[in-house]
Design a protein around this ligand. Structure first.
Ligand code: GLN
Length: 446
């Protein structure tokens, strides 16, 4: 704990943590030591973990990096976090992220951007940016983030760490601030595949507090990491030939595919022609869900309330206008628009249909192949302030939203660095609930 606290202290300029809990972490560490001595320590004993600021932890501030939740403290602990505590993890602090997890650079945070430790002038990715930097710069052993359209995998790729988005419903969302409820998943950011497997094993499973959480039994992922011989691996040809793909990432990916062939796996190109509808479909559906989810922030029940209001309507208007930043407001407006009576069928219903097509095609490919491989991101980490246009930011999610639309698990593993020393990520998807196979295969990639 002292080691990580020292690293956090020395690297405050990276803005990874919004808050640290030194006294509590030390007390947890002492308690774990005592349990160790008694031989009763849990599976995460000694793991020092940071939490993205979207996870409820009783008595602790929870803000989703938004002014809207200024001063708000959670009254309860979410299921995933409770399971970490029950397994004797040590929680060290609350991590910076994009406001309400909306973004891909951590720049929409009310607390300013976190910075990439490989080059502090660049973004760490987002929305779980602080969580990725914290692992990259050794400020904690692992972080717990959330991934709606890439928010664990993309910052993991930008920061050279591992990021896992489990199958939708594998981990309970109870105690996760909702962004787009049919996409949101909690996921770990780690340095090793083993740690990702162990954290998933602890956090996953049925939960009476989230009726969408899967009832399926949780495999002992951490005991199932031996690769099972030769796999059938598909790579999405359109992704590799995508004109926006950085040539160094393309070359690294092709190198990995050759290496996998050399190891005896079957590696084949697959057709997947939905790449250009991926971003519109994702942004229509997630903004629709977000506009509904965020209606609870009205200046009455939680956090920020505007001063100088005259009546109930001005209380709503002023609190929401002042409490939400521009990206969140943009999405609420867009989501409200696509759900409005005159446009519902043209946008929302159509996007639901396209989501179904994407899911069916993805599931079909994942029956033909054990895994689908593609880049995590089209570029490496960009400079802070470089992407001013929201659409260019959205387009950068091109490779991560497929797994989110289809609800299947996906992992990003480090794939070397570009000529400027910036990390690159390789992404692998597997069929729903095939995390054990996915993690075992990932051990061959790192
Ligand atoms: N960058 C994507 C978005 O802004 C993903 C966000 C996320 O996964 N939370 O929606």
């Amino acid at each position: 704990v002292d080691y990580y606290l020292g690293n956090i202290e020395r690297q405050q300029h990276l803005n990874a943590f919004l808050e640290v809990w030194p006294d509590e972490a030390r007390a947890q560490a002492d308690a774990v030591d005592a349990k160790r001595a008694a031989g009763t320590a849990g599976p995460l004993a000694g793991m020092v973990i940071g939490l993205k600021d979207v996870l409820a932890y009783a008595g602790h501030s929870l803000q989703s990096s938004s002014r809207m939740l200024d001063g708000f403290k959670s009254l309860f602990t979410g299921t995933a976090v409770q399971r970490l505590l029950d397994a004797d993890a040590i929680l060290i602090g609350r991590q910076n992220c994009d406001e309400f997890a909306m973004g891909g650079s951590n720049e929409s945070s009310y607390f300013g951007p976190a910075r990439n430790a490989a080059d502090p002038n660049r973004v760490p990715g987002g929305s779980s940016g602080g969580s990725a930097v914290a692992v990259q710069a050794d400020m904690c052993l692992a972080s717990i983030g959330s991934d709606t359209g890439g928010s664990v995998r993309q910052p993991a790729a930008f920061c050279g760490v591992i990021g896992l988005k489990p199958t939708y419903s594998r981990i309970s969302r109870y105690g996760l601030v909702a962004f787009a409820s049919s996409f949101d998943q909690i996921g770990p950011l780690t340095r090793s595949v083993e740690d990702a497997a162990l954290l998933l094993e602890v956090m996953a499973g049925p939960d009476g507090m989230d009726s969408t959480a899967s009832q399926r039994e949780v495999p002992a992922y951490s005991q199932l990491l031996a690769p099972a011989g030769h796999y059938r691996i598909g790579y999405i040809a359109d992704a590799i030939d995508n004109e926006g793909l950085n040539p160094e990432i393309k070359a690294a990916l092709e190198g990995q595919l050759d290496r996998l062939r050399g190891l005896g796996h079957v590696v084949e190109p697959v057709d997947f022609h939905y790449l250009d509808v991926m971003i519109p479909t994702y942004y229509i559906l997630t903004t629709a869900e977000a506009s509904s989810n965020l209606s609870r922030f009205d200046g009455v029940k939680y956090g920020y309330r505007a001063p100088d209001v005259t009546d109930l309507e001005s209380l709503y208007k002023k609190s929401r206008s002042q409490g939400f930043g521009p990206e969140v407001q943009r999405r609420i407006i867009l989501g409200t628009f696509v759900l409005s009576a005159n446009y519902y069928d043209a946008y929302y219903t159509k996007a639901q249909r396209v989501r179904r097509l994407i899911k069916e095609k993805t599931d079909e490919l994942l029956r033909q192949y054990d895994f689908l491989v593609l880049p995590t991101t089209p570029t490496t980490a960009f400079r802070i302030g470089e992407k001013q246009d929201p659409v260019s930011m959205y387009l950068a999610d091109i490779f991560t939203v497929q797994a989110s639309l289809a609800g299947v698990p996906a992992i990003s593993v480090p794939m070397g660095e570009d000529a400027e020393g910036m990390p690159m990520g390789l992404q692998v998807m597997a069929g729903a609930f095939r995390e054990a196979e996915l993690l075992a295969f990932a051990t061959e990639l790192v």
